[in-house]
Design a protein around this ligand. Structure first.
Ligand code: ZN
Length: 253
């Protein structure tokens, strides 16, 4: 059975991660792909790293994970994000830092799925958040499916299979997934699929987001999962992290 849970952008939110992993277990899915940003923003980077290493068959390194082990990239981050990364550097020991070093930048499943954190192309913006950028991103991989995170917004970009020529935005169908409703991936089409964020959703729905990729049924289904947001906010405050990082959890922004 080629059925995978897909999680991304956990950002040290242990309460959200535990709720999502419990839901995935309840669904009977044993293979989990993590698309990166295990740490940054939230107060439990160590325990989130432990769970990802234990539970995920594939784990990708995100830009926040990278900034923790490569401090020179900190200049790319805004104030609260940078503050949270510096806080994370201060609390992680060598074993957890080494676990971040060992995460892969890209991975592939069955030669048909590319797994990456942000974008398969080098471009001025690595946020694949609209049809224009998705059209360019399709030229950056040859597999039928690309899984990515980074924007914290669940979405499927659906495109005709091309022979390597760059697509235009009007050829891309942007699909905003309805939770629990499978998106059927046509075998004559290619898809960029984003499961949304476990630990810091930004689509105005504060519930944790993840997805199930079924390669036999050829479906991608986004799921939302309630978790104890108040407890996550309290832990964020207690850790001394910027207040805005706790506040935004309640509104999904
Ligand atoms: Zn992120």
């Amino acid at each position: 059975m080629r059925r995978y849970a897909v999680i991304s952008d956990i950002h040290g939110n242990l309460h959200a991660l535990e709720a999502v992993l419990a839901e995935i277990a309840r669904m009977g899915i044993s293979k989990i792909i993590c698309l990166g940003d295990v740490v940054g923003y939230g107060p439990f980077p160590d325990r989130c790293i432990d769970l990802v290493i234990k539970c995920c068959s594939t784990a990708i390194r995100g830009n926040h994970d990278d900034a923790v082990i490569n401090p020179e990239s900190l200049v790319d981050f805004n104030g609260p994000a940078r503050e949270a990364i510096q806080w994370t550097v201060g609390v992680l020991g060598p074993l957890h830092l080494n676990a971040l070093v060992r995460l892969k930048e890209v991975d592939r499943l069955h030669d048909s799925v590319l797994c990456i954190h942000d974008s398969p192309i080098d471009s001025p913006t690595d946020y694949v958040h609209d049809a224009h950028i998705a059209a360019l991103a399709f030229s950056g991989f040859t597999e039928p499916i690309c899984l990515l995170g980074h924007t914290h917004v669940p979405v499927v970009f659906d495109a005709p299979a091309s022979n390597g020529e760059v697509l235009t935005a009007h050829e891309i169908v942007t699909h905003t997934p309805e939770p629990g409703r499978p998106f059927a991936m046509g075998s004559d089409r290619r898809q960029i699929c984003n499961p949304g964020s476990v630990g810091q959703p930004r689509d105005a729905d504060p519930r944790a987001s993840f997805a199930v990729l079924d390669l036999d049924e050829r479906t991608f289904t986004v799921h939302r999962c309630v978790y104890d947001i108040c407890a996550a906010q309290a832990a964020t405050q207690e850790a001394g992290l910027p207040t805005v990082l706790a506040d935004r959890l309640a509104i999904g922004a």
